[in-house]
Design a protein around this ligand. Structure first.
Ligand code: NDP
Length: 330
């Protein structure tokens, strides 16, 4: 029990948060009810911000980083979970206020755990990760709003070659939607076409300020970019459509007009994955289990050892990562 294991931690060095590896034991973990042996974690944009120091993600330090984890319950004082249960955890403040997934073991609150769908291995669940589960939250929100239907108008996905974008394309295409990918990396067109994108828009076409109401092109959209891109997407969405906004890869501002909302009835659906209630999580994971093509998931993701995290963090913040990176914490 006192055996040490390696964790990626954020500590204060000369008053500033700094990421580095540390050896810890189970006795160091928080006093939550469920002990999970972690098999895999992932790399998300937020992880990149936390580890590279480019965003103040860890609000409590020392902090074990990693916003996602998948593994097996090994000890539990909660009636809801027993040893052997396969679980996935996305968000809930992991890496912000609660210790996260870049560790061999973690102690967690029972209400943070979601049962791993039988359709996925722990590795596949982390290939999906917060990015993929957020993509599913977006698709679920657009469908429940009634803005999109398979075989209806085109659905736009911005930040297409990133983690959210790749999974959104894959999921939408599998459900029979016509998907257009907005990307700044033309070299990813073949990859995105392989996931199911049938049309492409250059990132730059959406990056410059445009009119408040533009030509109606999209029945709906999944936006992980924000800023001027989101404003243009709203202005190009067809009457009665909706845009699920989940990200800020292009900026946190929104230089937009109310015109699309009040003249075309466009809905802007805000998507948060961190504190999303369990019913939304369950719907998102069920959507992924029912529709995500496992073969495509394997083309989206690659596995990297925890030792590569410092470089990977720099890469994702610089927009150099394609698809999803699974982190082997063993
Ligand atoms: P990735 O870095 O994997 O993907 C982001 C993509 O955005 C890039 O691949 C790139 O796509 C595009 N992009 C990057 N920089 C810019 C830029 N300056 N202008 C326009 N486009 C840009 O990140 P994730 O997919 O993991 O996350 C995407 C966003 O969603 C992030 O902002 C993240 O914080 C947010 N997010 C929010 C969640 C929530 O709960 N609301 C949960 C998960 C993520 P391409 O190369 O194709 O152009």
């Amino acid at each position: 029990m006192s055996d040490s294991f390696r964790a990626m931690m954020i500590t204060d060095v000369e008053g500033k948060p700094k990421a580095g590896f540390a050896d810890i034991t189970q006795a160091d973990l928080p006093e939550h009810e469920v002990l999970v042996e972690i098999a895999y974690s992932t790399l998300n944009y937020k992880d990149g911000l936390a580890l590279s120091g480019k965003g103040r993600i860890a609000r409590r330090r020392p902090m074990v980083a990693g916003i996602d984890l998948a593994g097996t319950v090994v000890d539990s004082s909660s009636p809801d979970w027993v040893p052997g249960d396969k679980v996935v955890v996305n968000g809930w403040g992991l890496s912000e206020t609660e210790w996260g997934g870049y560790s061999r073991y973690q102690r967690l609150k029972p209400q943070w755990l979601t049962r791993l769908p039988a359709e996925f291995t722990a590795q596949q669940a982390m290939a999906i990760g917060t990015a993929g589960y957020t993509a599913a939250l977006c698709v679920d929100a657009l469908e429940r709003w009634g803005a999109i239907r398979p075989g209806g108008g085109e659905v736009l996905v911005t930040g297409a070659a990133g983690g959210v974008g790749s999974t959104a394309i894959s999921l939408l295409a599998a459900k029979g939607y016509t998907v257009t990918a907005a990307t700044g990396r033309p070299e990813t067109h073949d990859y995105l076409a392989g996931l199911g994108a049938s049309g492409f828009v250059a990132r730059t076409d959406l990056a410059e300020p445009g009119g408040a109401l533009q030509k109606e092109r999209w029945a709906g959209a999944v936006d992980s970019v924000g800023s001027t891109t989101l404003a243009n997407v709203l202005a190009q969405t067809s009457y009665g459509g909706a845009v699920a906004a989940c990200g800020l890869a292009g900026g946190m501002d929104l230089p937009a007009s109310v015109a699309p909302h009040i003249l075309r009835g466009i809905a802007l659906l805000g998507i948060d994955s961190v504190m999303a209630p369990q019913d939304k999580r369950a719907r998102a994971w069920a959507l992924l289990a029912a529709h995500l093509d496992k073969a495509k998931l394997d083309t989206i993701a690659r596995v990297e050892p925890m030792s590569n995290l410092p470089q990977l963090a720099e890469d994702i913040v610089a927009g150099r990562i394609r698809g999803r990176v699974v982190i082997d914490v063993t």
